[in-house]
Write a protein that binds this ligand. Sequence first.
Ligand code: ADP
Length: 189
Amino acid sequence: MELTIKASTIILTLGDITRETTDAIVNAANSRLAGGGGVDGAIHRAGGPGIMQECRKIGGCPTGQAVITTGGNLKAKYVIHTVGPRYQDGTRNEATLLRSAYLECLRLASKKHLRSIAFPAISTGAYGYPLPEAARIALQTTIDYLSSHQEIAQIKFVLYNQHSFEVFTEELEKIKDSLVSHGVGNTFH
Ligand code: ADP
């Protein structure tokens, strides 16, 4: 499923982000950049120890921020490590922090003149963020960003299982419908 915003395309796909050929892939890291399970473990395993060496030099990353390393042995040239919020009860600034995590990745990608970036569903695994709300925030943040920045041509969401893919697809459908009803002139596929 795709949505075109001005000169850029948002793509939803089912798969393993470590196999992506985008300029950068995003890692859902922890604030110590210490590696872990889930997508973080998969990226370090596939990318090799060089990425962790760079992370150690950087030292850490506060929740809602992002840092960049090379992609090591990955096909992607860079890994952007961001730290999403741990979901507690929805009153601990989780939505703002999740939005910020996506936004800081996009800003770093623009700063580095990257043309394509792939995101996992940040915070929706070990950090427990409810999937529909996390998907809505992820998609709305990228759409808002692309409406004022055209330098990134392609933003992919690489969903690891059928359920996440379906939830992201439903949320993107809803956003498309509301864009149409507000008369925003985008091209849909
Ligand atoms: P967090 O701590 O931010 O919740 P997780 O890695 O536990 O991070 O989960 C984030 C999301 O990444 C989950 O939806 C999980 O299914 C997904 N995920 C796990 N491995 C991969 C992978 N190799 N590629 C893409 N997504 C993945």
